[in-house]
Write a protein that binds this ligand. Structure first.
Ligand code: ZN
Length: 298
């Protein structure tokens, strides 16, 4: 199912206290692998594209691939726009049917970040979508240099004034690198925000920390680097296979897809998402409309 009721999707995950992986994809093989993994795990999944993915594959092309695979799938698939690169891309993805988008203002002073968040929360909500905003910087690949840790009082102010549905907080994870989370800080942020939280740099977060994060309001963890590594390794392994009946390039890419499917299944299972797909699907089918209120713990 291509999910068009993002708040219901969010509410189910938040109330059941598990995490949905959001996988970055830039081609057909990656998108197919993660959606097939969700079907095999009976899990919901998020499939996301950032400006780097768009630069490679094109926004129209990539969103059409994800959407057509999601529409045919038995798993609930929420398509998400990750780091937009420039703000205008948020409007462009909303026009292309993204029901979850990210505003990327973590590098700005807090007041500017809040103002930008409020602007794009309004635009997203008018389109029936949810908005993720970011506090602090995850650093590592894409954002360059060191992470800037989120401060708990900033996150509380952002939630009050920004109106975003979810908040990405930098508490130790880094794009493309191994990490341990600052769980005390995450606990303070969970207490002061009470809305669903997001981690970037999820490929390298220690598995023990993932389990605790799910109990501290984290509902979504981004997975990019693990699939990139898997794709490249899969190509090398595939090229070393003895030829079979299939055209050589397809044989190699089929091997890559199978490898990525296994990587995605492992994350879905580790995050506690396995087994929730059909239950969530039924709720999405039955509901006439999406929830109007922001998902928040009382
Ligand atoms: Zn990120």
């Amino acid at each position: 199912m291509f999910v068009t009721k993002p708040r219901l999707f969010l509410e189910y995950i938040f109330q059941n206290r598990f995490i949905v992986p959001s996988f970055n994809v830039s081609n057909l093989e990656m998108a197919r692998a993660v959606i097939e993994a969700a079907e095999l795990e009976n899990a919901p999944v998020m499939v996301q594209t950032d400006f780097i993915n768009f630069n490679y594959a094109g926004m129209d092309e990539l969103s059409a691939i994800i959407r057509s695979l999601a529409e045919k799938s038995a798993a609930p698939v929420l398509m998400h726009q990750d780091h937009p690169g420039k703000d205008d891309n948020i409007f462009r993805t909303l026009r292309r049917g993204y029901y979850s988008v990210m505003y990327d203002g973590g590098h700005l002073p807090l007041t500017e970040n809040i103002a930008g968040t409020a602007r794009f929360a309004e635009a997203a909500h008018a389109a029936g979508a949810i908005l993720e905003t970011e506090i602090g910087q995850f650093g590592g690949e894409y954002q360059g240099g060191h992470a800037i840790t989120a401060a708990a009082h900033d996150t509380a102010e952002m939630v009050q004034k920004g109106g975003a549905d979810t908040l990405a907080v930098s508490v130790g994870s880094m794009h493309g690198q191994k990490s341990r989370l600052d769980l005390d800080l995450l606990s303070q942020i969970a207490e002061s925000t009470r809305i669903p939280l997001v981690m970037h740099g999820g490929s390298g977060i220690h598995p023990d920390d993932i389990k605790v994060a799910a109990s501290l309001n984290v509902y979504k963890v981004n997975i990019g680097a693990a699939l990139i590594r898997g794709f490249v390794e899969g190509l090398e392994e595939g090229a070393a296979l003895p030829p079979d009946h299939e055209p050589r390039h397809q044989q190699i890419l089929r091997h890559v897809t199978a490898k990525l499917r296994d990587i995605a299944r492992h994350r879905l299972s580790l995050f506690g998402a396995s087994g929730h797909g059909r239950k969530l699907l039924e709720q999405l089918v039955v509901a006439k409309d999406d929830m109007t209120e922001r998902v928040q713990r009382t």
